[in-house]
Write a protein that binds this ligand. Structure first.
Ligand code: ADP
Ligand code: MG
Length: 295
């Protein structure tokens, strides 16, 4: 039977805005050694701002590029999508094209057929696979975006790079405090992201001494969590967008509540009912007190 203290702990957790799916997870929270954290939407707000969009090929101007972007991203649930569609709308471009064959390219971006043209939007890996190019103008744009810690995106139409854009996201206001306290409690914090080295470095510089892995595919996140588990009880916190498999493989999968996807909420062992990362610190404290009472 479940010890009384554990039941108390779950009720206490619920009052603190934490949904814990069983006493065993509460106990495990008290023994956490490693905390893997997704970047986009978890350490950061996941509310992107579009910094700039550039046409890099004479065959399409900025409006045309915004048309491709708006049509494809309108079908996407990635945190980048609403920012890009919103930016297009503000520039007077509505997602009115005929879109078919929408697909998510895991860890890279999205693709679809728009008005009969193949359109792919995503990161450097996607662009280089599609025969990305190295002209000096686009190189300068990429460097400018990267130096600000922005995420750079490529627009590839009919296997040709037509546009480049820069988007930026902000660190959650409580992220530094939360990470500092998690470290003080003896947990090792590891950031996992599918985003570029530059975007990861910008977040890293604000969070201090943590381990960082960037440019990961969803399966890389799974493998890294498996490796961390060898060294002790490992939690993974994410929003479920490209990290649901990693959440599932961790000893304790923690889902961001409001920002989290339905998949994250379903696979998670613990859910933060608000997106406040400091709840993770509260969860570990509750786990600690519960453990000591049982012993
Ligand atoms: P993260 O681990 O930071 O959450 P993801 O695995 O979700 O990153 O995505 C990896 C990268 O692929 C993103 O940083 C972005 O550059 C690109 N990407 C993913 N989805 C999209 C999209 N819908 N539109 C444009 N780029 C995308
Ligand atoms: Mg994510």
């Amino acid at each position: 039977s479940t010890p009384v203290v554990t039941t108390c702990g779950i009720a206490q957790a619920a009052r603190a805005g934490l949904l814990v799916r069983g006493g065993s997870y509460l106990e495990m929270l008290g023994k956490i050694k490693k905390i893997a954290m997704d970047k986009t939407g978890t350490l950061t707000e996941g509310h992107f701002r579009v910094l700039n969009i550039h046409a890099v090929d004479n065959s399409a101007d900025e409006k045309r590029i915004l048309h491709w972007i708006a049509c494809v991203e309108n079908k996407s649930s990635h945190p980048l999508a609403p920012a890009l569609v919103g930016y297009a709308r503000l520039s007077g471009v509505e997602p009115t094209g005929d879109v078919t064959d929408f697909e998510i390219i895991s860890g890279e971006g999205v693709s679809a057929v728009v008005d009969g043209h193949s359109v792919k939007i995503g990161n450097a890996r996607l662009a280089s696979r599609c025969g990305g190019f190295e002209d000096t103008r686009s190189q300068a744009i990429i460097e400018q975006c990267s130096s600000q810690g922005a995420t750079v995106g490529w627009v590839v139409v009919n296997e040709r790079v037509l546009g480049i854009f820069g988007v930026a996201d902000s660190l959650r206001p409580e992220a530094v405090e939360a990470v500092t306290n998690l470290k003080k409690m003896g947990a090792q914090v590891v950031m996992l992201t599918g985003d570029s080295d530059a975007a990861a470095a910008a977040v890293h510089s604000k969070l201090g001494d943590i381990e960082v892995h960037s440019q990961l595919l969803p399966e890389d996140k799974v493998n890294l969590v498996k490796e961390l588990k060898i060294h002790g009880v490992t939690a993974m916190i994410g929003d479920g967008i490209n990290d649901a498999p990693a959440l599932a493989v961790a000893d304790i999968g923690v889902a961001m509540g409001v920002a989290g996807s339905a998949v994250a909420m379903e696979t998670a062992d613990v859910a933060l009912m608000t997106n406040d990362l400091r709840k993770l610190v509260v969860a570990i404290k509750l786990g600690n007190s519960c453990r000591w009472k049982i012993i």
